[in-house]
Design a protein around this ligand. Structure first.
Ligand SMILES: *[C@@H]1O[C@H](CO)[C@@H](O)[C@H](O)[C@H]1NC(C)=O
Ligand SMILES: *[C@@H]1O[C@H](CO)[C@@H](O)[C@H](O)[C@H]1NC(C)=O
Ligand SMILES: *[C@@H]1O[C@H](CO)[C@@H](O)[C@H](O)[C@H]1NC(C)=O
Ligand SMILES: *[C@@H]1O[C@H](CO)[C@@H](O)[C@H](O)[C@H]1NC(C)=O
Ligand SMILES: *[C@@H]1O[C@H](CO)[C@@H](O)[C@H](O)[C@H]1NC(C)=O
Length: 315
Protein backbone atom coordinates (compact mmCIF):
# COMPACT_ATOMS: atom_id res chain seq x y z
CA UNK A 1 0.00 0.00 0.00
CA UNK A 2 2.68 2.44 1.09
CA UNK A 3 4.72 1.50 -1.96
CA UNK A 4 1.75 2.09 -4.23
CA UNK A 5 1.18 5.54 -2.79
CA UNK A 6 4.85 6.35 -3.14
CA UNK A 7 4.87 5.20 -6.76
CA UNK A 8 1.76 7.27 -7.46
CA UNK A 9 3.25 10.32 -5.78
CA UNK A 10 6.47 10.03 -7.78
CA UNK A 11 4.43 9.51 -10.95
CA UNK A 12 2.30 12.58 -10.19
CA UNK A 13 5.41 14.66 -9.54
CA UNK A 14 6.85 13.57 -12.90
CA UNK A 15 3.53 14.23 -14.63
CA UNK A 16 3.08 17.82 -13.58
CA UNK A 17 6.58 18.92 -12.64
CA UNK A 18 5.36 21.39 -10.07
CA UNK A 19 3.98 20.20 -6.74
CA UNK A 20 1.47 23.04 -6.79
CA UNK A 21 -0.27 21.91 -9.98
CA UNK A 22 -0.27 18.28 -8.77
CA UNK A 23 -2.39 19.33 -5.84
CA UNK A 24 -5.21 20.13 -8.25
CA UNK A 25 -4.89 16.76 -9.94
CA UNK A 26 -6.75 17.93 -13.03
CA UNK A 27 -6.79 15.98 -16.31
CA UNK A 28 -4.82 17.45 -19.19
CA UNK A 29 -6.48 20.03 -21.42
CA UNK A 30 -6.26 18.62 -24.95
CA UNK A 31 -7.67 21.79 -26.52
CA UNK A 32 -4.98 24.27 -25.52
CA UNK A 33 -5.03 27.83 -26.84
CA UNK A 34 -1.82 29.84 -26.71
CA UNK A 35 -1.49 33.62 -27.01
CA UNK A 36 1.25 35.06 -29.20
CA UNK A 37 2.13 38.68 -28.52
CA UNK A 38 2.08 41.06 -31.49
CA UNK A 39 4.69 43.80 -31.83
CA UNK A 40 5.47 47.06 -33.63
CA UNK A 41 6.49 46.23 -37.21
CA UNK A 42 10.07 46.33 -38.51
CA UNK A 43 11.22 49.74 -39.72
CA UNK A 44 11.70 48.62 -43.35
CA UNK A 45 8.36 46.81 -43.54
CA UNK A 46 6.25 48.60 -46.19
CA UNK A 47 2.92 47.14 -45.02
CA UNK A 48 0.42 49.91 -44.15
CA UNK A 49 -0.54 48.35 -40.79
CA UNK A 50 1.70 48.98 -37.80
CA UNK A 51 1.80 45.72 -35.82
CA UNK A 52 2.36 42.07 -36.71
CA UNK A 53 2.90 38.46 -35.70
CA UNK A 54 5.14 36.31 -37.91
CA UNK A 55 3.07 33.37 -39.14
CA UNK A 56 5.94 30.92 -38.48
CA UNK A 57 5.24 31.12 -34.72
CA UNK A 58 1.58 30.34 -35.32
CA UNK A 59 2.39 27.31 -37.51
CA UNK A 60 5.01 26.17 -34.97
CA UNK A 61 2.42 25.95 -32.18
CA UNK A 62 -0.29 24.57 -34.46
CA UNK A 63 2.07 21.78 -35.59
CA UNK A 64 2.22 20.55 -32.00
CA UNK A 65 -1.51 20.56 -31.30
CA UNK A 66 -2.38 24.05 -30.08
CA UNK A 67 -4.54 26.81 -31.43
CA UNK A 68 -3.43 30.43 -31.37
CA UNK A 69 -4.93 33.71 -30.28
CA UNK A 70 -3.16 36.95 -31.21
CA UNK A 71 -2.50 39.32 -28.33
CA UNK A 72 -2.60 42.77 -29.85
CA UNK A 73 -0.62 45.61 -28.32
CA UNK A 74 -2.11 48.89 -27.12
CA UNK A 75 -5.27 47.41 -25.56
CA UNK A 76 -6.66 48.09 -22.10
CA UNK A 77 -5.47 46.31 -18.99
CA UNK A 78 -9.00 44.92 -18.54
CA UNK A 79 -8.85 43.31 -21.99
CA UNK A 80 -5.49 41.72 -21.18
CA UNK A 81 -6.71 40.36 -17.85
CA UNK A 82 -9.75 38.88 -19.51
CA UNK A 83 -7.62 37.32 -22.25
CA UNK A 84 -5.11 35.96 -19.73
CA UNK A 85 -7.92 34.06 -18.03
CA UNK A 86 -8.98 32.58 -21.38
CA UNK A 87 -5.63 31.28 -22.71
CA UNK A 88 -3.36 28.44 -21.60
CA UNK A 89 0.08 29.88 -22.26
CA UNK A 90 2.00 32.77 -23.80
CA UNK A 91 4.64 32.84 -26.54
CA UNK A 92 6.91 35.90 -26.80
CA UNK A 93 8.30 35.81 -30.34
CA UNK A 94 11.44 37.10 -31.99
CA UNK A 95 11.49 40.47 -33.71
CA UNK A 96 13.12 43.82 -33.31
CA UNK A 97 11.55 46.19 -30.80
CA UNK A 98 12.84 48.04 -27.75
CA UNK A 99 12.57 45.50 -24.92
CA UNK A 100 12.30 48.28 -22.33
CA UNK A 101 10.10 50.93 -23.96
CA UNK A 102 7.95 49.33 -26.68
CA UNK A 103 4.30 48.39 -26.36
CA UNK A 104 5.52 44.79 -26.80
CA UNK A 105 7.63 45.22 -23.65
CA UNK A 106 4.77 46.87 -21.80
CA UNK A 107 2.24 44.15 -22.60
CA UNK A 108 4.71 41.35 -21.87
CA UNK A 109 5.16 42.90 -18.41
CA UNK A 110 1.41 42.71 -17.80
CA UNK A 111 1.22 39.05 -18.84
CA UNK A 112 4.44 38.12 -16.99
CA UNK A 113 3.08 39.56 -13.74
CA UNK A 114 -0.26 37.80 -14.23
CA UNK A 115 1.59 34.54 -14.95
CA UNK A 116 3.76 34.90 -11.85
CA UNK A 117 0.69 35.43 -9.74
CA UNK A 118 -1.22 32.56 -11.36
CA UNK A 119 1.66 30.12 -10.88
CA UNK A 120 2.07 31.29 -7.28
CA UNK A 121 -1.58 30.35 -6.81
CA UNK A 122 -1.08 26.86 -8.33
CA UNK A 123 -2.55 27.89 -11.69
CA UNK A 124 0.05 26.46 -14.10
CA UNK A 125 0.57 29.12 -16.78
CA UNK A 126 3.60 28.57 -19.09
CA UNK A 127 5.57 31.21 -21.00
CA UNK A 128 7.92 30.55 -23.91
CA UNK A 129 10.37 33.20 -25.18
CA UNK A 130 12.20 32.90 -28.50
CA UNK A 131 15.14 35.20 -29.39
CA UNK A 132 13.74 38.66 -28.57
CA UNK A 133 11.27 36.80 -26.33
CA UNK A 134 14.23 35.29 -24.46
CA UNK A 135 15.76 38.74 -24.09
CA UNK A 136 12.44 40.20 -22.98
CA UNK A 137 12.20 37.56 -20.23
CA UNK A 138 15.65 38.56 -18.91
CA UNK A 139 14.43 42.15 -18.59
CA UNK A 140 11.12 41.11 -16.99
CA UNK A 141 12.90 38.99 -14.38
CA UNK A 142 15.81 41.28 -13.54
CA UNK A 143 14.20 44.67 -14.27
CA UNK A 144 17.40 45.52 -16.13
CA UNK A 145 18.79 45.17 -19.59
CA UNK A 146 21.96 43.13 -19.08
CA UNK A 147 22.46 42.10 -22.70
CA UNK A 148 25.82 42.19 -24.42
CA UNK A 149 26.62 42.65 -28.13
CA UNK A 150 27.72 39.37 -29.74
CA UNK A 151 28.68 38.29 -33.24
CA UNK A 152 25.70 35.95 -33.68
CA UNK A 153 23.75 37.13 -36.70
CA UNK A 154 22.99 34.47 -39.31
CA UNK A 155 24.91 31.55 -37.80
CA UNK A 156 23.94 27.98 -37.06
CA UNK A 157 25.46 26.55 -33.89
CA UNK A 158 25.57 23.23 -32.00
CA UNK A 159 24.31 23.57 -28.41
CA UNK A 160 26.67 23.03 -25.48
CA UNK A 161 24.56 21.32 -22.83
CA UNK A 162 25.13 22.23 -19.19
CA UNK A 163 25.48 19.59 -16.49
CA UNK A 164 22.02 18.36 -15.66
CA UNK A 165 20.42 19.85 -18.80
CA UNK A 166 19.36 16.42 -19.97
CA UNK A 167 17.25 15.98 -16.84
CA UNK A 168 15.69 19.45 -17.21
CA UNK A 169 11.94 19.64 -17.74
CA UNK A 170 12.47 20.98 -21.25
CA UNK A 171 14.92 18.36 -22.52
CA UNK A 172 14.30 15.26 -20.45
CA UNK A 173 11.74 13.70 -22.81
CA UNK A 174 13.59 14.56 -26.02
CA UNK A 175 14.63 11.45 -27.97
CA UNK A 176 18.34 10.66 -27.67
CA UNK A 177 18.99 11.20 -31.38
CA UNK A 178 17.46 14.71 -31.22
CA UNK A 179 19.65 15.65 -28.25
CA UNK A 180 22.66 14.26 -30.06
CA UNK A 181 21.87 16.28 -33.21
CA UNK A 182 21.42 19.45 -31.15
CA UNK A 183 24.77 18.85 -29.46
CA UNK A 184 26.78 17.81 -32.50
CA UNK A 185 25.27 19.37 -35.62
CA UNK A 186 24.92 23.04 -36.48
CA UNK A 187 21.13 23.03 -36.42
CA UNK A 188 20.15 26.02 -34.27
CA UNK A 189 19.48 29.26 -36.17
CA UNK A 190 20.90 32.36 -34.50
CA UNK A 191 19.75 35.79 -35.68
CA UNK A 192 20.60 38.05 -32.77
CA UNK A 193 23.01 40.92 -32.10
CA UNK A 194 22.46 40.83 -28.34
CA UNK A 195 22.92 37.98 -25.87
CA UNK A 196 22.86 37.27 -22.16
CA UNK A 197 26.50 36.46 -21.40
CA UNK A 198 27.28 33.82 -18.79
CA UNK A 199 29.22 36.55 -17.04
CA UNK A 200 26.28 38.95 -16.75
CA UNK A 201 23.91 36.13 -15.81
CA UNK A 202 26.24 34.93 -13.05
CA UNK A 203 26.69 38.46 -11.72
CA UNK A 204 22.95 39.08 -11.42
CA UNK A 205 21.41 37.45 -8.34
CA UNK A 206 17.84 37.69 -9.66
CA UNK A 207 18.57 35.93 -12.94
CA UNK A 208 20.77 33.33 -11.31
CA UNK A 209 18.16 32.49 -8.73
CA UNK A 210 15.31 32.40 -11.25
CA UNK A 211 16.73 30.56 -14.29
CA UNK A 212 18.71 27.37 -14.82
CA UNK A 213 21.11 27.47 -17.73
CA UNK A 214 20.45 24.49 -20.03
CA UNK A 215 22.70 25.31 -22.96
CA UNK A 216 25.34 27.86 -23.88
CA UNK A 217 27.13 28.97 -27.03
CA UNK A 218 29.95 31.29 -27.87
CA UNK A 219 30.59 33.74 -30.70
CA UNK A 220 34.29 32.94 -30.37
CA UNK A 221 34.79 35.53 -27.63
CA UNK A 222 31.73 35.70 -25.40
CA UNK A 223 29.95 32.73 -23.87
CA UNK A 224 26.21 33.33 -23.84
CA UNK A 225 23.09 31.45 -22.75
CA UNK A 226 21.22 29.81 -25.61
CA UNK A 227 18.55 27.87 -23.65
CA UNK A 228 17.22 28.29 -20.12
CA UNK A 229 14.25 27.37 -17.96
CA UNK A 230 12.98 28.94 -14.74
CA UNK A 231 13.60 26.75 -11.69
CA UNK A 232 10.22 27.26 -10.06
CA UNK A 233 8.01 28.55 -12.86
CA UNK A 234 7.03 26.98 -16.21
CA UNK A 235 8.96 29.64 -18.13
CA UNK A 236 11.29 28.63 -20.98
CA UNK A 237 13.55 30.60 -23.28
CA UNK A 238 15.64 29.92 -26.36
CA UNK A 239 17.95 32.50 -27.91
CA UNK A 240 17.85 30.47 -31.16
CA UNK A 241 14.91 30.01 -33.56
CA UNK A 242 13.31 26.56 -33.62
CA UNK A 243 10.38 27.88 -35.70
CA UNK A 244 12.59 28.94 -38.62
CA UNK A 245 13.73 25.46 -39.72
CA UNK A 246 10.29 24.20 -40.74
CA UNK A 247 8.53 27.50 -41.51
CA UNK A 248 10.84 30.27 -42.77
CA UNK A 249 12.49 30.12 -46.20
CA UNK A 250 14.68 33.18 -46.77
CA UNK A 251 17.79 31.88 -48.51
CA UNK A 252 20.70 33.02 -46.36
CA UNK A 253 23.24 31.65 -43.92
CA UNK A 254 21.86 30.92 -40.48
CA UNK A 255 18.92 29.05 -41.98
CA UNK A 256 18.92 25.25 -41.66
CA UNK A 257 16.28 22.88 -43.03
CA UNK A 258 17.81 19.44 -42.42
CA UNK A 259 15.60 16.63 -41.10
CA UNK A 260 17.29 16.78 -37.72
CA UNK A 261 16.72 20.57 -37.46
CA UNK A 262 13.03 20.17 -38.32
CA UNK A 263 12.69 17.30 -35.86
CA UNK A 264 14.38 19.25 -33.04
CA UNK A 265 12.06 22.18 -33.75
CA UNK A 266 9.02 19.96 -33.36
CA UNK A 267 10.12 18.62 -29.97
CA UNK A 268 10.49 22.14 -28.58
CA UNK A 269 6.99 23.07 -29.77
CA UNK A 270 5.55 19.82 -28.49
CA UNK A 271 7.12 20.37 -25.09
CA UNK A 272 5.66 23.85 -24.74
CA UNK A 273 2.21 22.76 -25.91
CA UNK A 274 2.33 19.91 -23.34
CA UNK A 275 2.93 22.58 -20.70
CA UNK A 276 -0.08 24.56 -21.95
CA UNK A 277 -2.18 21.37 -21.65
CA UNK A 278 -1.75 21.61 -17.87
CA UNK A 279 -3.62 24.91 -17.85
CA UNK A 280 -7.39 25.09 -17.70
CA UNK A 281 -8.23 28.69 -18.51
CA UNK A 282 -11.00 29.01 -21.06
CA UNK A 283 -13.08 31.59 -22.87
CA UNK A 284 -16.41 32.39 -21.28
CA UNK A 285 -18.32 31.31 -24.41
CA UNK A 286 -17.74 29.62 -27.73
CA UNK A 287 -18.51 32.92 -29.52
CA UNK A 288 -15.77 34.70 -27.56
CA UNK A 289 -13.34 31.90 -28.40
CA UNK A 290 -14.30 32.01 -32.07
CA UNK A 291 -13.83 35.78 -32.28
CA UNK A 292 -10.43 35.67 -30.57
CA UNK A 293 -8.72 32.93 -32.63
CA UNK A 294 -6.12 33.83 -35.25
CA UNK A 295 -8.34 32.23 -37.95
CA UNK A 296 -10.16 35.59 -38.06
CA UNK A 297 -7.07 37.09 -39.75
CA UNK A 298 -5.31 36.26 -43.03
CA UNK A 299 -1.52 36.03 -43.19
CA UNK A 300 0.11 38.28 -45.77
CA UNK A 301 2.84 36.85 -48.07
CA UNK A 302 5.85 39.16 -47.83
CA UNK A 303 7.87 37.52 -50.63
CA UNK A 304 10.65 34.93 -50.68
CA UNK A 305 13.42 37.32 -49.64
CA UNK A 306 11.63 38.52 -46.51
CA UNK A 307 12.93 37.54 -43.09
CA UNK A 308 9.32 36.55 -42.28
CA UNK A 309 7.72 34.71 -45.17
CA UNK A 310 4.19 35.52 -43.98
CA UNK A 311 2.95 37.90 -41.30
CA UNK A 312 -0.39 38.51 -39.68
CA UNK A 313 -0.91 42.27 -39.55
CA UNK A 314 -3.13 44.05 -37.10
CA UNK A 315 -3.70 47.75 -36.45
C1 LIG B 1 -2.19 53.39 -28.92
O1 LIG B 1 -3.42 54.06 -28.92
C2 LIG B 1 -3.34 55.44 -28.77
C3 LIG B 1 -4.72 56.04 -28.67
O2 LIG B 1 -5.72 55.10 -28.88
C4 LIG B 1 -2.61 56.00 -29.96
O3 LIG B 1 -2.44 57.39 -29.80
C5 LIG B 1 -1.25 55.35 -30.06
O4 LIG B 1 -0.63 55.77 -31.25
C6 LIG B 1 -1.39 53.86 -30.10
N1 LIG B 1 -0.09 53.27 -30.10
C7 LIG B 1 0.19 52.21 -30.80
C8 LIG B 1 1.56 51.65 -30.64
O5 LIG B 1 -0.59 51.66 -31.56
C1 LIG C 1 5.19 35.01 -6.42
O1 LIG C 1 5.87 34.37 -5.36
C2 LIG C 1 7.20 34.81 -5.19
C3 LIG C 1 7.87 33.89 -4.19
O2 LIG C 1 7.07 33.73 -3.06
C4 LIG C 1 7.19 36.26 -4.76
O3 LIG C 1 8.51 36.74 -4.62
C5 LIG C 1 6.51 37.07 -5.85
O4 LIG C 1 6.39 38.41 -5.47
C6 LIG C 1 5.12 36.52 -6.16
N1 LIG C 1 4.63 37.23 -7.32
C7 LIG C 1 3.36 37.53 -7.51
C8 LIG C 1 3.05 38.37 -8.71
O5 LIG C 1 2.49 37.12 -6.80
C1 LIG D 1 29.19 25.46 -36.74
O1 LIG D 1 29.42 25.70 -35.36
C2 LIG D 1 30.73 26.09 -35.06
C3 LIG D 1 30.79 26.29 -33.56
O2 LIG D 1 30.84 25.09 -32.90
C4 LIG D 1 31.08 27.37 -35.74
O3 LIG D 1 32.43 27.68 -35.49
C5 LIG D 1 30.86 27.22 -37.24
O4 LIG D 1 31.05 28.47 -37.85
C6 LIG D 1 29.46 26.73 -37.52
N1 LIG D 1 29.28 26.52 -38.94
C7 LIG D 1 28.35 27.16 -39.63
C8 LIG D 1 28.26 26.76 -41.07
O5 LIG D 1 27.60 28.01 -39.17
C1 LIG E 1 27.64 42.67 -19.21
O1 LIG E 1 28.78 42.06 -19.76
C2 LIG E 1 29.59 42.91 -20.54
C3 LIG E 1 30.72 42.10 -21.06
O2 LIG E 1 30.28 40.91 -21.62
C4 LIG E 1 30.07 44.07 -19.73
O3 LIG E 1 30.75 44.97 -20.57
C5 LIG E 1 28.90 44.77 -19.10
O4 LIG E 1 29.33 45.75 -18.22
C6 LIG E 1 28.04 43.80 -18.34
N1 LIG E 1 26.88 44.51 -17.83
C7 LIG E 1 26.53 44.48 -16.57
C8 LIG E 1 25.40 45.36 -16.18
O5 LIG E 1 27.11 43.77 -15.75
C1 LIG F 1 -4.94 46.19 -40.83
O1 LIG F 1 -5.47 45.99 -39.54
C2 LIG F 1 -6.89 45.96 -39.48
C3 LIG F 1 -7.30 45.91 -38.05
O2 LIG F 1 -6.87 44.73 -37.45
C4 LIG F 1 -7.39 44.78 -40.26
O3 LIG F 1 -8.78 44.74 -40.22
C5 LIG F 1 -6.90 44.92 -41.68
O4 LIG F 1 -7.27 43.78 -42.39
C6 LIG F 1 -5.41 45.09 -41.74
N1 LIG F 1 -5.01 45.43 -43.06
C7 LIG F 1 -4.28 44.61 -43.78
C8 LIG F 1 -3.99 45.09 -45.17
O5 LIG F 1 -3.82 43.56 -43.36
Amino acid sequence: MYRQVLVLAVFAAIQCGFPASCARNLPLNYRPIIGILAQEKLEDDPHPNGTYIAASYVKYLESAGARVVPIRINRTREEYEKLFNAINGLLLPGGNVDIEKSQFAKVSRIFYDLAMKANNDSDHFPIWGTCQGFQQLTVLTSNKNLLTLTDTKEVTLPLTFSKGAKTSRLFKKFPKDVLQSLAEENITSNFHSWSLSMQNYSANAELKRFYRVLTTNTDGKIEFISTMEASHYPFYAVQWHPEKSPFEWIDKSGMVHTSSAVKASFYTAQFFVSEAMKNHHHFSSQIEEKNALIYNYQPFFNGLDSIFLQNYYFD
